[in-house]
Design a protein around this ligand. Structure first.
Ligand SMILES: NC(=O)C1=CN([C@@H]2O[C@H](COP(=O)(O)OP(=O)(O)OC[C@H]3O[C@@H](n4cnc5c(N)ncnc54)[C@H](OP(=O)(O)O)[C@@H]3O)[C@@H](O)[C@H]2O)C=CC1
Ligand SMILES: O=C(O)C1=N[C@H](C(=O)O)C[C@H](O)C1
Length: 269
């Protein structure tokens, strides 16, 4: 499968190139950066710390989409929405790892998925997707006397909060409890907040240093249960993304999740 990397010079872009280069059945079909980026013209392998792969990073999205069977997209919300239109036109698999979408962006991605195979997840690692399934299970088992709080820490460069993973975990908790996340989520606390409302699902975000990504789901009642995931290497996200692209080839158009790719729903988790 010919797979191109969007945002090839980024932290995830480089991890994706390394993973693609070592995955049987995949070829690195190209790398994209925005016009004016100093990465344009550089070899995608060299940039990712490998031997040269003979593929120069380009800013020509149309050419790149026309010569790929799939694209791995860890860029920015605005770029990803534009790329969804191009992937739909080219009828190729669009794997979306980007986070921080607005409601309006999500509507546009759903529209694009009527014509294209999109696999989208706030976290592509097997561990976090398992954690989400476990979170739903624990939330369904415990009553509302257990307060649910989701805590994350990421590196100082991260631009969005709560993280895509925290939102996935919040959605899983809400699903387990059979409530709407929008009606129960509390994203900030400051000043005279009053006591915690029963049933709320709270979010807290820490930023600093080079932390790859850490998440904790806390169920706090008269006793406390905590589920946690710690990522120490971006390769876990990259492996999930490449697996998703291979899985998506030949599927009917639609918006799929990593739970679909990993078969977690089939397992009843
Ligand atoms: N779902 C998951 O498993 C994971 C998701 N993420 C998400 O992936 C995204 C990227 O993270 P990260 O790699 O750390 O960020 P980086 O900023 O390191 O990388 C993003 C790259 O995309 C480039 N880019 C932005 N706009 C365009 C465009 N229009 N065309 C081509 N390239 C573009 C950026 O270029 P420039 O710097 O010039 O803007 C940059 O090189 C974030 O939303 C993050 O939350 C991250 C890890 C795992
Ligand atoms: O920006 C990151 O780095 C990460 N983003 C994703 C998120 O928003 O949850 C996944 C991972 O935690 C790393």
């Amino acid at each position: 499968m010919r797979i191109a990397v969007l945002g090839a010079a980024g932290r995830m872009g480089q991890a994706l190139t390394r993973t693609l280069a070592e995955t049987p059945g995949c070829t690195v079909a190209g790398g994209l950066e925005a016009e004016g980026s100093p990465a344009i013209g550089q070899d995608i392998g060299t940039l990712a710390g490998l031997d040269p792969l003979g593929v120069a990073i380009t800013d020509d999205a149309l050419h790149l989409f026309a010569h790929a069977d799939g694209v791995l997209d860890f860029t920015s919300p605005a770029a990803t929405v534009a790329f969804a239109g191009l992937a739909a036109q080219a009828r190729i698999v669009h794997v979306i790892g980007t986070t921080g979408f607005s409601e309006d962006d999500l509507i546009k991605l759903e529209a694009a998925a009527r014509h294209a195979v999109i696999v989208k997840a706030g976290n592509m690692s097997m561990g976090v997707n398992l954690l989400a399934a476990l979170t739903a299970r624990v939330a369904a088992t415990l009553g509302p006397e257990f307060d649910i709080e989701i805590l994350e820490m990421h590196h100082r460069h991260k631009r969005d909060a709560p993280s895509g993973t925290s939102l996935m975990l919040g959605a899983a908790a809400a699903k387990g409890r059979e409530v709407s996340l929008a009606e129960h989520s509390v994203r900030t606390r400051d000043g005279e907040t009053g006591p915690r409302r029963t049933g709320d699902i709270g979010f807290a975000a820490l930023r600093g240093g080079d932390v790859v990504g850490e998440h904790r789901v806390i169920f706090a009642g008269r006793e406390r249960i905590e589920l946690a995931h710690i990522a120490s290497d971006r390769g876990i996200f990259a492996r999930g993304a490449v697996t998703a692209a291979l899985w998506g080839r030949g599927k009917s158009p639609g918006l799929y999740s990593m739970a679909d790719v990993l078969g977690l729903q089939v397992l009843g988790l």
